[in-house]
Design a protein around this ligand. Structure first.
Ligand SMILES: Cc1ncc(COP(=O)(O)O)c(C=O)c1O
Length: 382
């Protein structure tokens, strides 16, 4: 379907890896059992879920019993925040640049939001000041989905331990998993959310790591699957596909991240060189995910730009796909101190595992053409 198109929206979702599709197919066709049953067909499905759990746990640096399969990243984030607060009482604290899956869950329990600097980095002093003995859960994303800022979670964990020793640290690693060594970088967090469709697995399946000793109340009650932490018949094919995507991602991650970083840097360098006034968001590139190129292009409205890019075969976005359609400027950029007009003139180009040189070359040509058209007095080029 995307043949001939330049797809630069991998942070919204990325194609299913062939390894994941191949692993899933039997569980969508001949192997149709419900893993909660007891006969042979059910037992085969149960075994597939158990094996997938081992693989996902290895990729996330936790024990198999600490993996709770969910219906995606949004559910994992909601389970982390609402589940801990429901189990323990108290409230939640998060950064101002979290995905809405976290922000809205924190708001729903009357929690607090902590600011970030111009690069999207959490202010640890502000975090410390926001914590007290009522804080049950603190949520700080590993990597931001719009601008790509990566947070140092070890420092965050230290502040949580010293200011709210009874609280647990949750991290949304949904964008990070494709590019970063999540097992190592989230070792200090008690709860970790991931979503398969961001790293080559299918949509609608994810996981929450719940480290031993953390109690949370389920969001979904029913048959008691996932050791009573998430009821509902397992999405067997999705879980198997996610496990295959975890394996493939971890196996190729370092080399893939280095390759995509070079592509992203070339993309950003060429655009900045060819278009006066363009600013890359979120500071030094090595403090950001390797695949995200977030630009502010003065004098150009994001929406008009996206329409022209789309017409030219380039798929990009202006922030989080989950909020697409909204005309409001991005809450992430506003939290970083970007003014509203500038926030409305931004574009996110995000590369992924299938991206190549041709995508970069074609995107630069299309972007330069579109911006030229939008900046020309008549809004048209000859
Ligand atoms: C950082 C982050 N968290 C959570 C989510 C939600 O994940 P899902 O789409 O699987 O519900 C997204 C999706 O864009 C995301 O980028």
């Amino acid at each position: 379907m995307s043949e001939g198109l330049v797809y630069l929206d991998h942070a919204a979702t990325t194609p299913v890896r062939p390894e994941a599709l191949e692993a899933m197919l039997p569980w969508l066709t001949t192997h149709y059992g419900n893993p909660s049953g007891s006969h042979a067909v059910a037992r085969a499905a149960r075994q597939a879920v158990d094996e997938a759990r081992e693989l996902v746990a290895a990729g996330l640096g936790c024990g198999p019993g600490e993996v709770v399969f969910t219906g995606g990243g949004t559910e994992a984030d909601n389970l982390a925040i609402a589940g801990v607060v429901a189990a323990r009482g108290g409230t939640a604290v998060c950064t101002a640049i979290e995905h809405h899956a976290v922000l809205h869950a924190v708001e729903a329990v009357g929690g607090r939001v902590v600011g970030v600097d111009g690069d999207g980095r959490l202010d640890l002093d502000q975090l410390g000041a926001a914590l007290d003995d009522r804080t049950a859960v603190v949520s700080v994303m590993l990597a931001n989905n719009e601008v790509g800022t990566v947070q140092a979670l070890d420092g965050v964990a230290e502040v949580v331990r010293s200011h709210a020793p009874g609280a647990v640290l949750h991290t949304d690693a949904v964008q990070g998993f494709a590019w970063l060594d999540v097992a190592a970088l989230t070792a200090d967090a008690q709860l970790v959310a991931v979503a398969a469709h961001k790293f080559g697995g299918p949509k609608g399946v994810g996981a929450l790591v719940v480290r031993d000793g953390v109690t949370l109340a389920p969001l979904l009650r029913g048959g008691g699957q996932e050791r009573d932490r998430r009821s509902g018949t397992h999405n067997v094919a999705g879980i198997v596909g996610m496990a295959a995507a975890v394996q493939a991602t971890v196996a190729h991650r370092a080399e893939m991240a280095a390759r995509v970083r070079r592509l992203r840097d070339r993309l950003a360098d060429r655009i900045v060189a060819e278009l006066p006034g363009v600013v890359e968001s979120a500071g030094a590139r090595d403090g950001r995910l390797p695949n995200i190129c977030h630009l502010r292009i003065p004098g150009v409205e994001s929406e008009s730009l996206l329409v022209l890019l789309d017409a030219d075969g380039v798929c990009a976005s202006a922030g989080s796909a989950c909020a697409s359609g909204a005309l409001d400027p991005s809450h992430v950029l506003l939290a970083m101190g970007v003014d509203r007009a500038e926030a409305r003139s931004s574009v996110r180009l995000s590369l992924g595992w299938p991206s190549g040189d041709d995508d970069v070359d074609r995107a630069v040509v299309a972007l330069v053409r579109a911006v030229g058209q939008l900046r020309s007095p008549a809004g048209i080029t000859s």
